[in-house]
Design a protein around this ligand. Structure first.
Ligand code: SAH
Length: 258
C-alpha cells in the first residue's frame, strides 16, 4: 500500500521532489523511512511513484521512479450543489463526497439556509473545505483533488446549473418521480450530472419553481423517509456512482461503467 502526497504539477516534472511542511509532517506521522515507496500526485489526475531517498528535519527528498496509471477517478463527473447545513456538517459532506468520487462541490446559500456566513468570510470557509478535500483525496488515493467553490447564493447558482446536461434535484415534496426509475429511463450514460440538495428546512416552493424551469432538471424523491441535509447529497452521489460510475464494480466490466 502506498501513501499519497500532493505536490505541484511543476514539481512532478522533476526527477527529485522535496516534501516540506505539511507533507514532511505527514511523512513523519506515517513513520515512513528512506527507501520507502510513496505516490506523488499533482491533484489534477497525474500521479507518479517515488522513493524516499533522504529525510532531514525540514524536508524529505523523493526520487521519481515513473508515472502511475491510477484507476481511482470515476468515469462519471458529478457536481454537487449543496445548501450549507448547520455546524460542521458541510465538512463531513466534503470529506465523504470526495471519497465517493465527486468532481466539484458548490456550497450554496438558499432561502432556508440557517448558517450565516459573514461578508468576506466565504473564502475562508471554502479554503477550509478545500483543505479537507485535499486530505480526503490523499486518504482515498485519488489523483484529482475536487475543488470546493466559494459559497454562492441560490440566484448565483442558477446560471451555473443551466450549463449542466442533467440536474437531479432531490425534493422532499416530490411524490411522483422517484430517482431509480428516472435513472433507469436513461439510455446510455451521461458524462456529467449535477445534483442540488436543500438545507435542514428544505427547498422552498419558489426555489423549486425556478429550478424546474432549467432544461434537464428533474425533481426526484429518494423514497419515503426524509433524509438529513447531510445524508441526502451523499446518498444521491452513491446512487449515481453505483449506476454510472465505478462504485461497487470493476471498471470497464459492462456498458454502465465504460
Ligand atoms: N425540512 C424538510 C426536510 C429537508 S431534508 C422536511 O422536514 O420535509 C434536506 C434535503 O434533503 C431536502 O431539501 C432534499 O433536497 C433532500 N431530501 C431528504 N429526504 C429526501 C427524500 N426522501 N426525497 C427527496 N429529497 C430528500
Amino acid at each position: 500500500m502506498s501513501y499519497y502526497f500532493f505536490v505541484s504539477g511543476e514539481e512532478l516534472q522533476q526527477e527529485v521532489v522535496f516534501l516540506k511542511d505539511k507533507n514532511r509532517q505527514h511523512l513523519k506521522s506515517l513513520r515512513l523511512a528512506e527507501g520507502d515507496l510513496i505516490v506523488l500526485s499533482d491533484g489534477e489526475g497525474k500521479a507518479c511513484t517515488a522513493r524516499i531517498v533522504s529525510i532531514d528535519p525540514r524536508a524529505a527528498e523523493a526520487k521519481i521512479i515513473g508515472e502511475l496509471e491510477t484507476e481511482t477517478e470515476p468515469p462519471l463527473s458529478v457536481n454537487l450543489f449543496v445548501a450549507i447545513p448547520k455546524a460542521d456538517k458541510m465538512e463531513r459532506i466534503v470529506r465523504h463526497a470526495v471519497e465517493l468520487g465527486v468532481n466539484k462541490i458548490y456550497p450554496v446559500i438558499s432561502d432556508r439556509t440557517i448558517v450565516r456566513i459573514p461578508k468576506g468570510k466565504g473564502r475562508e470557509k471554502s479554503e477550509r473545505w478545500q483543505r479537507i478535500a485535499l486530505s480526503a483525496a490523499a486518504q482515498c488515493r485519488r489523483s484529482y483533488i475536487p475543488a470546493v467553490s466559494e459559497p454562492l447564493h441560490f440566484a448565483q447558482m442558477l446560471p451555473v446549473l443551466e450549463g449542466e446536461e442533467l440536474i437531479i434535484i432531490p425534493y422532499e415534496e416530490e411524490k411522483e418521480q422517484f430517482i431509480r426509475p428516472l435513472l433507469d429511463g436513461f439510455k446510455g450514460r451521461p458524462a456529467s450530472v449535477a445534483v442540488f440538495t436543500g438545507p435542514e428546512g428544505g427547498i422552498s416552493p419558489l426555489e423549486m419553481e425556478k429550478l424546474k424551469e432549467i432544461p434537464g432538471a428533474y425533481p426526484v424523491s429518494l423514497g419515503n423517509r426524509i433524509l438529513r441535509a447531510e445524508t441526502a447529497p451523499l446518498a444521491v452521489l452513491s446512487i449515481l456512482m453505483f449506476r454510472w460510475g465505478d462504485l461497487g464494480n470493476k471498471r470497464g466490466c459492462c456498458h454502465h461503467c465504460l
